[in-house]
Design a protein around this ligand. Structure first.
Ligand code: GAL
Length: 987
């Protein structure tokens, strides 16, 4: 016979909790029970209940912080470890049963009521227990929680006593709820959100429901508050002074939007209790096939946000929540999907305050059933109806007062089934004011918005045109065709990337039906860990010895685990910038306001005029106070400057004029850059000035001397110029014509290189092809080494073992205008059926040449399809600082469109490389092979060299770790390619 302990784990609903209600801050007494509790971990669930008794002696137990996840509360394995699986369940799929081995954490807290505690009714609130908790107060069982990310309240007034109170909570890692909580994240049990005791005064508020609509035609806000009988409302700003709460009020208001998050603090009071509710007046509707807020279509520049802290898992404090939102605001993000569960309640208050559009998602995912043909999927099983409907109702009851929440989502990846319909009906019954979202049912049977994840650009475009593939059911098809479209997930931000964001944004802006999307995802869920010798790294799936895991798929965010913005976030910021600044010709530029509501009133425009990356003039212009959607042309200042050689560029930046809640004055919101004509006199091409133009006389001295490995000066300058002679004598080649020394610096000779350590986006499909083709192990066969009076010409064939295709390469070294010039010509030999990771030269310098200055795109990394955030300038960095530390090591750090770069040592000696016209530069202390072999950042051990890749090009990045690959225009293929470089010594 099964014991009680085992049976309640099979309950899909839990029991004992009170009806759900809003999360309110009132003036009634409350006691936060977070803190240090007693803790004991057992390997199974079926245990005696004596620990709940009053007199139980827990002095032999450990202590634990509440809130916490026990596997992270102690990091010595004693309390188990996190488990990461994406889709697959870490337990047998046998619903509602769970394994006998079921880590169970008994938590105990003895607390005193504070002085003046009012007595009478009280509730004990648990904001989140993963996956279920059985609760006792003073020896009496209160019930069992279900729904890890949903609150449960229990009536405890009659149980509280003046002296010691004993709260006992038995938390199980696995329960029936596990089957509907299969989100792609760490499995982390524990009491991970707040525990609070709330006095419930007689005649108190109970629940408060606020409806605050806005009519954009009249400018009137409408307020209705549903709460305890006899309650009154007060809000001086709205002219309300203790008016009956059950009235219906209208006033002229400033509406709430994510761009203008205007809140009114409305006091709701009975004689016994008072709450202040932040009210935002706004309406959401689907009209004309569009999601409209306050009558206007909105464009989501969103992210999917999981709750995550690298040390504490899903225990996130207010500071971290605010930090996330501030960082999002600073990066032009205006929308959050709370993937895939209702967030900590404070998070939504902060969204109201700072201004975000929020899709609030229910705590439901059953993705692992897909692995089993969706058999017994709870979404379609009547036995789960009550549980799933209950989850939906609890979310809505808790969160419906938030103006930021503009859509409800039924859950994520839970297949199809009637329970979705029951959830939808229950949500509409509680709140008909918001559209419903759910991506997993493509027919949109129960929803109001057509949503997809990772649809390709082509599919998104087809949807934009209304030309998507038809559903089998014509009625459903017609219904869906009339719906607005969002990508609830796109741009998979795993490792280096995502690429192709600009092309998505262009579609979103072109077709009104496409109302934007939400990048997957905000943060890498790497867990801060240490190697045996104490070096810090971020752990991912498999690092804890899990028997099933999905590796580093857990690290796919726009910010690293410590919330350092990744290059992907910087790219996204630029792609979605709400102000466009563009060259308008004739000494003017256009300012375009791409906000949906906000005027450009809080900005100034800072301009700079630079030649070769050096500022010649700069200043400030007022920003035209444009209404949303409008543009205007602004004249650039007329400059009277001497004409300087080099490339001249205008840069205009829109920055905050004053401090806001999320950034200080001077914060850059958007920028534009374009080549200048006169003054400056430089080239107006983004590709820069051809460097070969500076000198033409090739020096035979160079060729003759070096090929024999002799110093050039033994043969004299010959026909070369004095400068040429000087440059030439510094270059030494070996008998195969390889440059082994330059400017007294010993080199690992430049050779053609095709390999890059695959990115996460390459890894999905491309890397296997590349490895099959052997691009990580090419050999170079010297075909000929010839010198004539003008040049040293080396011909080679570069190819991997086992295949019959390769590249013909010609290196032509010559002296030109005092520098050493290389012309490289590459052509394909045979049939290539894989793209190239990169095409260029690899060489190495001694490790001391680690200071880098360049003129080109920067300051950060850029690739063909992730280059928007990089701008033309002159930058200074170090090799170490040029690395992007993706949690899983991979190709990173490339600087694009480099006109020239200088690598120097501490004394300023070194090497200058110029492109003809540009090259792509990567510098690191390890080779691509070492980077490829590394699994964590701590595997990367600096070598004695600086390895340089000087590339003609690299293949794009794409988003194929989950989504489309590289767009054709960003692919790199073997074919006829030429490029030229010039090398100059620096003394
Ligand atoms: C989606 C899913 C997310 C995440 C993502 C890949 O299918 O909804 O939770 O798993 O793929 O990282």
């Amino acid at each position: 016979m099964e014991s009680v302990a085992v049976r309640y784990l099979l309950s899909t609903t839990g029991h004992g909790a009170l009806a759900p209600r809003a999360h309110l801050a009132t003036d009634a007494a409350r006691l936060c029970l977070n803190g240090t509790w007693r803790f004991r971990l057992s390997p199974v669930a079926d245990l005696p209940e004596d620990f709940a008794e009053d007199g139980y002696d827990d002095s032999g137990w450990d202590e634990i912080a509440v809130p916490s996840h026990w596997p992270l509360a102690r990091r010595d394995d004693a309390w188990g470890n996190p488990i990461y699986t994406n889709v697959r369940y870490p337990i047998p799929v046998d619903p509602p049963y769970v394994p006998t081995e079921n880590p169970t954490g008994d938590h105990r807290l003895v607390f005193d009521l504070p002085e003046g505690w009012p007595g009478g009714d009280a509730v004990l609130r648990f904001d989140g227990v993963d996956s279920c908790g059985r609760i006792w107060l003073n020896g009496v069982e209160l019930g069992v929680t279900a729904g890890s990310r949903l609150p449960s309240e229990y009536a405890v007034g009659q149980l509280l006593r003046e002296g010691h109170n004993v709260l006992a909570v038995r938390v199980h890692q696995w329960s029936a709820g596990t089957y509907v909580e299969d989100q792609d994240m760490w499995w982390l049990p524990g009491i991970f959100r707040d525990v609070t005791l709330l006095a419930r005064p007689v005649g108190g508020l109970g629940d408060v429901r606020v409806e605050a609509g806005y009519d954009h035609r009249t400018g009137l806000g409408r307020l209705r508050v549903d709460t305890a009988a006899g309650a009154v409302l007060t809000c001086a700003e709205l002219g309300l002074e203790r008016v009956p709460a059950d009235g219906f009020y209208e006033f002229e208001v400033a509406p709430w939007t994510a761009e203008t998050p205007r809140l009114y603090r409305v006091e709701v009071a009975t004689g016994a209790e008072r709450a202040v509710v932040a009210v935002g007046f706004r309406s959401v509707a689907i009209e004309d096939g569009l999601i409209k807020v306050n009558g206007r279509a909105v464009l989501f520049r969103g992210v999917n946000r999981h709750e995550f802290d690298p040390d504490h898992g899903r225990v996130v404090g207010e500071e971290l929540m605010r930090a996330d939102l501030v960082l999002m605001k600073q990066h032009n993000i205006n929308a959050v999907r709370t993937s895939h569960y209702p967030p900590h309640p404070r998070f939504l208050e902060l969204c109201d305050e700072l201004g975000f559009w929020v899709i609030d998602e229910c705590d439901l995912e059953t993705h692992g059933f897909q692995e089993n043909g969706w058999r017994r999927n709870p979404t379609g099983d009547p036995a789960w109806r009550e549980a799933l409907v209950g989850r939906a109702e609890r979310m809505v009851a808790r969160d419906r007062n938030h103006p930021s929440v503009i859509m409800w989502s039924l859950g994520n990846e839970a297949g199809v089934g009637e329970n979705l319909g029951h959830m939808a009906a229950a949500i509409r019954a509680l709140d008909s004011s918001r559209p419903l979202h759910y991506e997993g049912d493509r027919s949109c049977r129960y929803t109001d918005v057509y949503s997809r994840m990772y649809a390709s650009h082509a599919e998104v475009e087809a949807i934009g045109r209304g030309e998507e593939e038809a559903l089998d059911d014509p009625a459903l098809d017609a219904r869906r065709r009339a719906m607005p479209f969002i990508q609830c997930e796109y741009g998979h931000a795993m490792g280096n990337g995502p690429g192709g964001l600009a092309e998505y944004q262009a579609l979103f802006e072109r077709y009104e039906r496409l109302q934007g999307g939400f990048i997957w995802e905000w943060i890498d869920h790497g867990i801060r860990s240490r190697t045996a010798d104490g070096r810090e790294f971020y752990a991912y799936g498999g690092d804890f010895g899990e028997e099933l895991h999905d590796g580093n798929f857990i690290c796919d965010g726009l910010v690293f685990p410590d919330r350092t913005p990744s290059p992907g976030l910087l790219e996204y910021k630029k792609v979605i910038e709400p102000i466009r600044l563009r060259d308008a010709g004739s000494g003017a530029f256009t300012v375009e306001n791409r906000y949906d509501f906000a005027e450009l009133s809080e900005l100034v425009l800072r301009w700079a005029y630079e030649v070769e990356g050096v500022e010649q003039a700069g200043g400030e212009l007022p920003c035209p106070g444009l209404a949303a959607g409008k543009s205007e042309s602004v004249a650039l200042p007329a400059l009277d400057l001497p004409v300087l050689p080099g490339e001249a560029w205008w840069t205009v930046r829109a920055v905050l004029a004053a401090d806001t809640a999320w950034a200080s004055a001077g914060h850059e919101v958007a920028w534009g850059q374009w080549p200048a004509g006169v003054p400056g006199g430089g080239s107006a091409s983004a590709a820069g000035q051809p460097v070969g133009a500076r000198g033409t006389a090739d020096a035979p001295a160079l060729v003759q001397g070096v090929i024999e490995g002799l110093p050039v000066d033994t043969t004299g300058p010959g026909e070369g110029t004095a400068e040429g002679w000087a440059a030439a004598r510094q270059a030494r080649f070996d008998e195969r014509g390889r440059l082994v020394e330059f400017a007294g610096i010993g080199l690992v000779a430049p050779r053609v290189d095709l390999w890059r350590a695959p990115t996460d986006n390459d890894a999905h499909a491309l890397a296997a092809k590349w490895r099959w083709a052997g691009l990580h192990r090419v050999h170079e066969r010297t075909v000929s080494v010839e010198r004539d009076e003008r040049a040293l010409t080396v011909q080679t064939r570069v190819a991997p073992a086992a295949v019959d295709f390769g590249l013909h390469v010609t290196y032509r070294w010559s002296e030109a205008g005092g520098v050493l010039r290389l012309d490289l010509a590459v052509s394909a030999d045979g049939v290539w059926n894989v793209p190239l990771p990169r095409l260029g030269l690899r060489l190495a310098l001694p490790g001391g040449y680690d200071r880098v200055e360049w003129f080109g795109l920067g300051p950060g990394e850029a690739y063909p399809d992730t280059r928007l955030a990089a701008r033309v300038g002159r930058y200074r960095s170090t090799v170490d600082a040029m690395q992007t530390q993706y949690v899983f090591p991979q190709e990173n750090g490339s600087r694009l469109d480099v006109r020239w770069a200088e690598l120097t040592d501490a004394s300023g000696r070194g090497l200058r490389i110029e492109g003809d016209p540009v090259f792509q530069l990567t510098a690191r202390r390890w080779t691509s092979e070492q980077l490829d072999a590394a699994r964590h950042q701590t595997d990367l051990i600096p070598s004695e060299h600086i390895w340089l890749n000087v590339d003609l090009a690299q293949h794009g990045i794409g988003s194929n770790s989950c989504g489309p690959g590289v767009l054709p225009q960003h692919e790199l293929h073997a074919g006829d390619h030429t490029f030229a470089l010039r090398f100059t010594p620096l003394h």
